[in-house]
Design a protein around this ligand. Structure first.
Ligand SMILES: NC(=O)c1ccc[n+]([C@@H]2O[C@H](COP(=O)([O-])OP(=O)(O)OC[C@H]3O[C@@H](n4cnc5c(N)ncnc54)[C@H](OP(=O)(O)O)[C@@H]3O)[C@@H](O)[C@H]2O)c1
Length: 255
């Protein structure tokens, strides 16, 4: 019998860039990739928070560094990638969201969300792919979408539109970049408590909200580890254009 590989998910020797790694899911993604052996670069605008996270990863035995990045600014995206080099793995995680009724959103609100969640992810993926292709190296790009890419809820109109765009961008890029051995997939999280939604998901309202989720709980950060490592590593080597939903069944519920 052929021995099963020690770890299909081993990322030793790979580099990974995680955008929006100064807090929440992005910071956890960086820690997870480092634990799997990757050398991770944590990117966001809050460099002080990144540096603290880098220290934590290093103290745990991982390899990490930080780079300042504003995904809404192409010069900043290029400068960050030029500083760290093209990563083998990109986690396009930076995101923002506001809550208003559709009649109240301003153009500035719309641009803030779309420029970060969709255009920012596009520019970061494009500049990463350009550098990987020039270096003739394969890669894995992972976009963090949302279940709101497929279903909708109140007050989040631009966010839902941006995430639906990012979900479809994933498939469009997967088609075009396959010839360069660059895989492009997405993870669609359900509800995980982070800075982006803490107000909505805690307290009495949060408890009511939980009843809409078939598993009756919010996601816990480690719930995302398996899907992330599957897409990042050779375990998912024939996967491209896929979206992994991690939501406790929320998307298949009627509520
Ligand atoms: N939490 C959930 O339930 C949930 C569900 C589905 C999808 N998601 C998605 O998961 C991703 C992470 O969100 P989160 O919940 O972890 O929220 P979070 O804690 O607020 O993290 C958002 C991250 O994005 C970064 N960011 C925002 N604007 C940026 C910009 N212009 N350039 C670079 N980085 C920027 C922030 O860092 P700086 O402010 O330091 O730049 C921060 O690190 C988002 O794409 C979000 O839409 C979250």
């Amino acid at each position: 019998m052929t021995a099963f590989p020690q770890s299909l998910f081993d990322l030793s020797g790979r580099t990974a860039l995680v955008t929006g790694a100064s807090s929440g899911l992005g910071q956890h993604f960086a820690q997870t990739l480092a634990r799997a052996g990757a050398e991770v670069v944590l990117a966001a605008r809050s460099v002080d928070k990144l540096e603290a996270a880098v220290q934590g990863i290093r103290q745990a035995g991982g390899k990490a560094s930080a780079v300042s990045l504003d995904v809404t600014d192409r010069d900043s995206v290029c400068a960050a990638l030029d500083a760290v080099g093209a990563p083998d793995i990109l986690v396009n995680n930076a995101g923002v969201s506001g809550t208003k009724r559709p009649l109240d959103y301003t153009d500035a609100d719309w641009d803030w969300v779309l420029d970060t969640d969709l255009k920012g992810a596009w520019m970061t993926a494009q500049e990463t792919a350009r550098r990987l292709v020039a270096a003739r190296r394969p890669g894995s790009l992972i976009n963090i979408t949302s279940i709101l890419a497929s279903r909708v809820t109140g007050l989040l109109t631009p966010y839902a539109a941006a995430k639906a765009g990012l979900s479809h961008l994933t498939r469009a890029l997967a088609l075009e970049l396959a010839r360069y051995q660059i895989r492009v997939n997405s993870i669609a999280p359900g509800y995980f408590i982070t800075g982006i939604n803490r107000e909505q998901l805690t307290g009495e309202e949060g408890e009511k909200f939980k009843l809409r989720i078939p598993t009756r709980r919010f996601g816990e950060y480690p719930d995302l580890d398996g899907p992330l490592l599957l897409l990042a590593s050779d375990a998912g080597r024939h996967m491209t254009g896929a979206e992994l939903v991690v939501d406790g069944g929320h998307l298949v519920s009627a509520l």
